[in-house]
Design a protein around this ligand. Sequence first.
Ligand code: 6GU
Length: 242
Amino acid sequence: MRVDIVSIFPEYFAPLDLSLIGKARANGTLRLAVHDLRTWTHDVHRTVDDTPYGGGPGMVMRPEPWGEALDALAPPGATPPRLLVPSPAGGRFTQAMAYELATESHLLFACGRYEGIDQRVLDHAATRMPVTEVSIGDYVLFGGEVAVLVILEAVTRLLPGVLGNVGSLEEESHAHGLLEAPMYTKPASWRGNEVPEVLRSGDHGRIARWRRDEALLRTAVRRPDMIAALDPESLDKRDRAA
Ligand code: 6GU
């Protein structure tokens, strides 16, 4: 997968050299390039923002540098990338969207400050490529950079070959619309607390049932919204009885 990121703070993306994302970059699974938006400014002050039309606090990003950046990274006529614009005003980023993005061959992230990018940039881009405004949750950040780190990590780990153990993708929270059951490792007894007996029983049927029950219980308590959204077809007989 090719990924381009445009930001006025390219230094935010230094951690993308680390760990499994760094490894995916090193082996070519992820071809990532970070670009400084100011590359596409031409005045001595390298201006990227201005006051909002209609008034109000803060600054809005001017369209000219963004227009040139998108022309350079998504040239008219070439196969277009999918443009992702992190914004607290976007639709919610979910695991389902992570799976969807993991199938794309080229993503382009445009990081704005939270007052945003001049709307005409997005409207114009949409005539040439799919544009998605995306939020990582109901709170406000200074800018899109941290959101891009979040989204990219969620997507990269779904790319073929990035996770050593593909099984961990199947078990994890959100994969089945439920939170994951609690996990334990050695020692069996620690500070007077025991690992649940069932997990040490070797009875794989009982263990699977226990984990399923714990996942349902935990989800009901912590995320009733996820229980309400469950497909009834995904529930087995024992789930219904519980
Ligand atoms: Cl994607 N950007 C900003 N600036 N704030 C956010 C966000 C994104 N998602 C939640 N809050």
